[in-house]
Design a protein around this ligand. Structure first.
Ligand SMILES: Cc1cc2nc3c(=O)[nH]c(=O)nc-3n(C[C@H](O)[C@H](O)[C@H](O)COP(=O)(O)OP(=O)(O)OC[C@H]3O[C@@H](n4cnc5c(N)ncnc54)[C@H](O)[C@@H]3O)c2cc1C
Length: 573
């Protein structure tokens, strides 16, 4: 949901562990080391920033609280790219930057300016080349049909609403999936692993197990470095690595265990870390991810999403956002999140009707799962009940691709078989699920009329995407939050930045000298709504931009300008 919830004070961002800045002249402090550019956080955005600055000749360090990789390393590795990427061309998919723009503007809406979105699309082939030139591989084939989870071995698929926004754009596959081990695709380390290796080869200095706790600025208001708490290497470092790795996997597959690992991890950090200071001549890039694992912030800014699985890794505490705010930056869209309720595969489920407990539909079921999930959580109390008739239920089970080794496909199948409820009539089905029966019958009547082409669907669903629901027994699968399958959520808000340079902007839209932000720590292309791959693609786009301008500043060639393209306005929360 688009939300302009804003924070401009550190105390509006509880639980980040960030302190107010240290104000001092560089010569008055002792530094552990000095660089042109310091990148805080090594996910998609951080690694892109570090490589971009290093490629241009900057002396770069990345600092990561853990081993690096962040949530990017736990992701599905999808990068949303188009406009005629090398992979699209190899697989015979026609696309142009204009075509990509015409489709993507429906998803992105006002998250960034039109000029920035156009640049994102025009630069997309080059950003994909940047990723492959740094070692990430895409050797698979095209998955032609719509799915949320392509079978392994495919490198390109429809990862958003390309088949819906067709009024002024030709559908083109844009979900780029990195090669994993053997035939496995959709595996986060396969995307970011080669990029990290490449950054290290290019001379980027790794500073791991180091949590940045505050920025250092001089009396002119320029950011000149960071202060951090560093866990030593050796046996302690190994323990830290094991605990952080276990916590990050567990959060995604078994969240209660993650809490236990995090507790031990934080205790170890508390016990063993010592303070360090690093100087940045050109700039500090904040690329420390979002805030979905910050309990206090999610309770405050994302109350409707509390019951969904918080999808992130231990570093997603909002520290990057808070570091920016601590020196006058503005955090925007903190109330914006994306929740994921994927219903395809099986391919036939999107032909069914989704209703809430009032028996009302609220979404075009053929849309991408984040559109469904976000409407479900933000506007429908987490209610999502899929209504089918006998032919649709049976065909959907038949087209569940159980040969696929994707665990998630098996989970969908299990949910369908185990939890489906059936009844001879819609009235009885409604009674079994405690849905308003009168309304359900009316909803399905309207749905059937739209499916037969007798009326326009109120959610714009095309008749070709629908199937009538007429033949009993009728089936319902309750996919509401907390029932059966998982509904997950990530945060999308971040620091307001200059869309030309990635500089963090203050409440007057003035750049804070020496401070940049990228990825989920910043407002970007993905900050209004998410489709698969848009966050990583935005990380590459905004990360490279920040790396370039931080380097330019180190060279003394960037004159910070008041920002003309910042979105939104600065208002207290
Ligand atoms: C299961 C799952 C699947 C997903 N699949 C996709 C997908 O396929 N495509 C897609 O586009 N998006 C996907 N997403 C979302 C996407 O992974 C994230 O939004 C994106 O990777 C964020 O990138 P980032 O560079 O901003 O942050 P991250 O990748 O999270 O990196 C931030 C880094 O900052 C570090 N850090 C944090 N605080 C500090 C501090 N104080 N000091 C030093 N370091 C710090 C963290 O340790 C971390 O390494 C998925 C998310 C999940 C959880």
């Amino acid at each position: 949901m688009a939300s302009e919830t804003t924070a401009t004070q550190l105390d509006q961002l509880p639980g980040t562990g960030v302190e107010p800045p240290l104000i001092a002249e560089a010569d008055s402090l002792n530094w552990n080391d000095s660089f042109d550019v310091i990148v805080v956080g090594l996910g998609a955005a951080g690694v892109s920033s570090a490589i971009e600055a290093a490629d241009r000749g900057a002396r770069v360090a990345f600092i990561d609280r853990f081993e690096g990789g962040g949530t990017t390393a736990r992701s599905g590795s999808v990068m949303y790219a188009g406009g005629g990427t090398a992979l699209q061309r190899r697989l015979g998919v026609e696309d142009t930057p204009d075509n990509m723009f015409n489709c993507l503007r429906h998803e992105v809406q006002d998250a960034v300016s039109e000029a920035t979105l156009r640049r994102f699309c025009t630069d997309s082939p080059a950003n994909f080349d940047f990723v492959t030139a740094n070692g990430t591989r895409y050797s698979g084939t095209l998955f032609p049909n719509k799915t949320s989870y392509p079978v392994h071995g495919h490198s390109l698929y429809y990862s958003g609403n390309e088949l819906i926004y067709t009024q002024d754009a030709k559908p083109a596959h844009r979900g780029h999936l990195a090669d994993g081990i053997k035939r496995f695709t959709a595996f986060g380390p396969a995307f970011i692993g080669p990029l990290i290796k490449s950054a290290l080869k290019k001379g980027v200095t790794p500073i791991r197990r180091t949590r940045v706790t505050r920025l250092i600025k001089n009396n002119n208001g320029e950011i000149i470095g960071v202060e951090a708490m560093q866990v030593p290497g050796g046996w302690t470092g190994l323990k830290h690595k094991v605990l952080s790795t276990l916590a990050s996997y567990a959060q995604i597959y078994f969240a209660p265990a993650a809490r236990g690992y995090r507790k031990k991890l934080f205790a170890l950090e508390q016990r063993c870390a010592h303070p360090v200071r690093y100087r940045a001549g050109g700039g500090v890039v904040l690329a420390a991810g979002g805030f979905i694992l910050n309990k206090e912030m999610t309770a405050r800014y994302l109350p409707d999403f509390q019951r969904a699985l918080k999808l992130g890794t231990t570093g997603d505490t909002g520290a990057g956002i808070a570091l920016g705010v601590s020196v006058g930056g503005v955090a925007q869209r903190l109330g914006t999140a994306t929740a994921w309720r994927f219903i395809n595969p099986p391919q036939d489920w999107p032909k069914a009707a989704i209703v809430n407990l009032q028996g009302k539909r609220y979404v075009n079921e053929a849309m991408y799962g984040a559109v469904i999930g976000t409407r479900m959580m933000a506007e429908n109390n987490g209610e999502c009940i899929l209504i089918m008739d006998k032919p649709l239920f049976e065909s959907s089970l038949a087209n569940l691709n159980l040969k696929s080794s994707r665990l998630v496909t098996w989970m969908q199948a299990k949910t369908a078989v185990r939890t489906a409820k059936s009844a001879a009539t819609l009235d009885e089905l409604a009674a079994r699920l405690k849905i308003d029966g009168q309304q359900l019958k009316l909803t399905i009547e309207h749905y059937n009329a739209a499916a037969r082409g007798e009326r326009q669907d109120e959610f714009g669903k095309a008749p070709g995407d629908m199937q009538t629901i007429t033949q009993g027994p009728f089936y319902a699968i309750n996919m509401s939050v907390g029932k059966g399958d998982i509904t997950s959520v990530i945060s999308l808000g971040g620091l307001k930045v200059c869309e030309q340079t990635g500089s963090v902007l203050d409440a007057d839209n003035q750049p804070i000298p020496g401070l940049f932000a990228a990825g989920r720590s910043a407002i970007g292309v993905a900050s209004n709504a998410y489709v698969s791959g848009l966050s990583i693609a935005d990380g590459v786009f905004s990360g490279r931009r920040a790396g370039q301008y931080a380097w330019q500043r180190a060279q003394g060639t960037q004159q910070p300008q008041p920002d003309a393209t910042a979105r939104g306005t600065a208002q207290p929360a």
